[in-house]
Design a binder for this molecule. Sequence first.
Ligand code: NCD
Length: 354
Amino acid sequence: MADAKLSTSAVSSHAFSYQPPAINGDFVGKHIISVDQFKRQDLDILFDAATSIRKRIRTHDRGLTELCAGKVMASLFFEASTRTDMSFQAAMRRLGGDVIAVSNGVRFSSMYKGENLSDTVRATGCYSDVVVLRHPEIGSSYEAAYYLDLLNARIDNPTVAISGGDGIGEHPTQALLDIFTVFDQKQSLDNMTITLVGDLLHGRTVHSLAKLIAYYDAADVRLCLVSPENLRMPADITALVRSHGISVCETDDLQEVIADTDVIYWTRVQEERFADAADYERIKDRYVMTPQVLAQTKPDAILLHPLPRKHEMGTRDDHDIMDLDKRAIYFEQMENGMFVRMALLVKVLRGVYV
Ligand code: NCD
């Protein structure tokens, strides 16, 4: 969604010095903008809540709608989204809260009159308890958090920011639901070989996921990063992962690692992030998951994908075959997104979860 009005100036220097608050077991009132805020104990708390919420939804527990009754979530999406936006909206409604968004979408917001992001976010903060923001610029969620803190010091009703993805930066709630899904299927991260495949340079989901795997501090985890040479995981992230004692392998050859992999996380080549379309064309078919490739994984391996999927997951016919394979769990992963986001909204807005 390239747009002159949303080009370079949305993020100020404040965003780059802003330090998001560590969760440390207490989520209330904290902006959620990076997985750097989480430790293992925080994940355990969140996942317990998500598991309980999932059970309550499945048993049609009407008490859920009391958990965020009277609360308002604002949805502020400056980039395309299906799952993140809808699952947050569904999450809030299932908790009894309300959802607001700019009528007819952000293209009718004042940012298209030239208003800056910090003012738009503060306007949103005046009317809501939580703002979910997706924006094409890296650091935009830090910008939102910084300016909401300033606003919160002046108004009675504080508002928290939750990142729904900041450009090629991070996508923290996606990583939370990804790890939740792995736990759900495997009960542990110990002794796992986890392989991330595709555009590891521009993919914000894999940035957050690699860090979160490190922060979980599981025993004997191996992280394999499979990408073309020019789309490798940023070096600061691989260094961080290694500093947690995780062995990291980087390769452009999927064959080296596929047979030993327990968790395989496939990603889309992020076409919209390429400055030169020819570069994208050269790379887009480098890794294609098909039923034949999936057949090379262990019988008990699991295949995740944040979705949307394009040709990196083969043809429509390939999709139909893979979707029936029990290793392919991206629909469960997608559904888990709502449960994890419900847990997060309750925790951030209410603190306790009962
Ligand atoms: C991802 C994103 O927006 O970063 N999608 C999502 O939120 N589920 C992945 C992608 O767009 O490729």
